[in-house]
Design a protein around this ligand. Structure first.
Ligand SMILES: [Zn+2]
Length: 287
């Protein structure tokens, strides 16, 4: 179990967390805290904003403390309604638990840097929120895959499906719908509604009972892996973006019209086998 982090410690260490300068166990404790504490998450977002604005823009900054005032005002007076925001930006996570955070931030960023800066900062803030959710998912997947699945279902309004239902929801037949490689069994499949578009999330079990996750999605989703560095690896005709996650590896590659992301592989060899197997399946199936 991770040692729990309280708000005082979290506030003191936001800067280190933002810069990626924390030991792994503390980073996990911080991610857990941020996922459950909107107040500290808002603080992180303000911090991220100030850092970005200071680094990239020549506009003068508003006085210190104004961020918090705007946030407080928004939460009490709701001067910026969800309806206004929904028409202004493309993400769905303006509903749900991040809504107050997103609205407060959006207003402060618009105030400080204008509309164009607002669009790019909103994207960065969304990435921070997603990385925090996926940190939780990665931490949970191997100990308790059902709980890990539940994190995604809850955060992203997902549902458990069979292959036929998945087709109706996402408009294509998922790669896992017609079988899985030898040595694995398909344990569960979900459709999750993510900010950059729907994903089909599946969990495979190996013969030893351990779990591997596969996501199918449009476009690459590097935000899931936060600040972890990616390396390139070539397997057959696939170009894999490989990321170390704790003691395991994850990878994303292009698969037909979409991308597959594997999480929880033991090593590069297992990734290569999976990429090869799915690659052959796609080549055989006219679409
Ligand atoms: Zn807190």
């Amino acid at each position: 179990m991770n040692r729990e982090m309280d708000c005082t410690e979290a506030r003191e260490r936001l800067s280190d967390y933002f810069d990626g300068e924390m030991p792994d166990d503390q980073q996990r404790a911080m991610a857990d805290h941020l996922a459950d504490c909107e107040s500290c998450a808002l603080e992180l977002v303000s911090f991220a904003d100030l850092s970005t604005i200071t680094a990239s823009l020549d506009h003068p900054l508003p006085p210190a403390g104004l961020w918090g005032e705007i946030a407080a005002q928004l939460q009490t007076e709701e001067t910026l309604s969800p309806e206004n925001l929904a028409t202004a930006q493309p993400f769905r996570w303006t509903t749900g638990r991040y809504a107050p955070l997103v609205m407060a931030l959006a207003a402060s960023v618009v105030f400080a840097i204008g509309w164009f800066g607002y669009q790019s900062n909103l994207s960065m803030i969304g990435n921070l929120a997603i990385a925090s959710v996926f940190d939780q998912y990665f931490d949970t997947l191997h100990q308790d895959p059902v709980a890990a699945q539940q994190i995604l279902l809850t955060k992203y309004d997902g549902q458990t499906v069979d292959a036929e239902n998945a087709v109706h929801l996402v408009g294509y037949r998922p790669a896992v719908a017609d079988g899985v490689p030898a040595g694995y069994s398909l344990h569960t499949t979900n459709v999750i509604r993510m900010p950059r578009g729907d994903c089909v999330h599946s969990q495979f079990q190996r013969a030893d009972g351990s779990t591997l996750a596969i996501f199918e999605h449009d476009g690459e989703r590097p935000a899931w892996f936060g600040k972890r560095p990616a390396t390139q690896a070539v397997h057959g005709d696939k170009n894999l973006h490989v990321v170390d996650v704790d003691q395991r590896v994850a990878a994303t590659w292009r698969q037909g019209d979409r991308h597959l992301t594997v999480v929880g592989a033991h090593n590069a060899e297992e990734l290569g086998q999976l990429a090869g197997w799915f690659g052959e399946r796609t080549n055989l199936m006219p679409e």
